[in-house]
Design a protein around this ligand. Structure first.
Ligand SMILES: NC(=O)C1=CN([C@@H]2O[C@H](COP(=O)(O)OP(=O)(O)OC[C@H]3O[C@@H](n4cnc5c(N)ncnc54)[C@H](OP(=O)(O)O)[C@@H]3O)[C@@H](O)[C@H]2O)C=CC1
Ligand SMILES: O=C(O)C1=N[C@H](C(=O)O)C[C@H](O)C1
Length: 267
């Protein structure tokens, strides 16, 4: 017996990611938008989200809370808002896909605690290629780590609120796990002295409307390896988040990752 389309709620519905995801849901035969959620007091609260997303009417008003049946909720908002919607999902047993970045360690732990009540997939980046990049960075770090200086450089649009990006932090963590260090340096300035071995540098650039670039530099004596990903628009993130929603719906409570979805060994 075939079931109907998967009902997806979007939290952060009028944001850059929210709008693109709503457009892609409208194109997908196996998905239906079941709620468009924004912050209380949003200027367009109660309006049909279709025209806000550049579509025709979709009969789905912008709301400020979960109401009605939802198969899975996707969140691209802000850390505090993300935690608040996560506890509403836990109360209602709704699987949750989290794309928001910039969590403090305590906030991340709070999110993790909810995984004993609902399935949650958190990813700092939903792009397939970026998740492969994480895998490759682990491999390169294992092979070159003893002799290479590892630095992560990211570029994003001027509107981004957190730095460095969640992806840059994850790339640095992957490299750090591989070489056995916990020394991270965020930018450099002044008389910092010679670079010691075993530290990992992170550098965040903010320019124009750049949707996101990440490069991991492995600098050796006489040569340099760079592994890079450049997003040309937000589709890789948005399509990946929808794949995560399809993957997560119906799963038992627990913590899930893009490595589970993409069947990558680590990352
Ligand atoms: N994992 C991934 O692949 C990706 C992750 N991201 C991350 O996703 C997040 C959102 O990015 P982006 O879409 O560019 O950001 P935007 O600022 O464009 O969108 C965020 C949306 O969330 C809304 N929001 C903020 N607070 C609340 C609240 N309390 N309740 C409901 N909605 C709220 C914002 O409303 P308002 O404008 O009124 O504040 C806005 O509409 C960021 O953390 C970003 O780093 C982004 C791209 C890819
Ligand atoms: O804010 C963004 O735009 C992005 N944020 C994510 C991050 O912080 O890593 C992912 C992507 O790079 C775009």
């Amino acid at each position: 017996m075939s079931r109907g389309p998967l009902g997806v709620a979007m939290h952060g519905a009028t944001g850059r990611m929210g709008l693109r995801i709503i457009q892609l849901i409208a194109e997908a035969e196996d998905l239906a938008l079941s709620a468009a959620i924004e912050r209380p007091g949003h200027a367009r609260m109660g309006e049909d989200v279709g025209p806000i997303a550049g579509l025709g009417p979709v009969g789905m008003p912008l709301v400020d809370r979960i109401d009605g049946p939802i198969d899975v909720l996707i969140d691209f908002s802000a850390p505090g808002a993300s935690l608040a919607i996560a506890s509403s999902c836990a109360e209602r047993g709704i699987p949750l896909v989290v794309g928001t970045t910039g969590f403090e360690p305590g906030q991340r732990a709070e999110l993790d605690r909810l995984t004993d009540r609902i399935p949650i997939l958190v990813a700092s980046n939903f792009s397939k290629a970026v998740n492969l990049l994480m895998h490759l960075v682990g491999e390169a770090s294992r092979v070159l780590g003893d002799s290479a200086d590892i630095e992560v450089v990211e570029r994003h649009h001027r509107f981004k609120k957190d730095a460095p990006s969640g992806t840059a932090l994850r790339l640095a963590e992957v490299a750090a796990e591989a070489i056995g260090t916990d020394r991270f340096v965020h930018g450099r300035h002044g008389q910092v002295g010679e670079r010691p071995a075993g530290e990992i540098g992170l550098h965040a650039l903010r320019t124009g409307d750049n949707p996101g670039e990440h490069t991991v530099v492995f600098g050796l004596m006489g040569e340099c390896l760079e592994l890079s990903h450049r997003a040309l628009n937000r589709d890789g993130f948005a399509r990946g988040a929808l794949d995560a929603a399809r993957f997560l719906a119906g799963k038992p409570p627990g913590r899930y990752s893009m490595e589970d979805l993409l069947r990558l060994g680590r990352g």
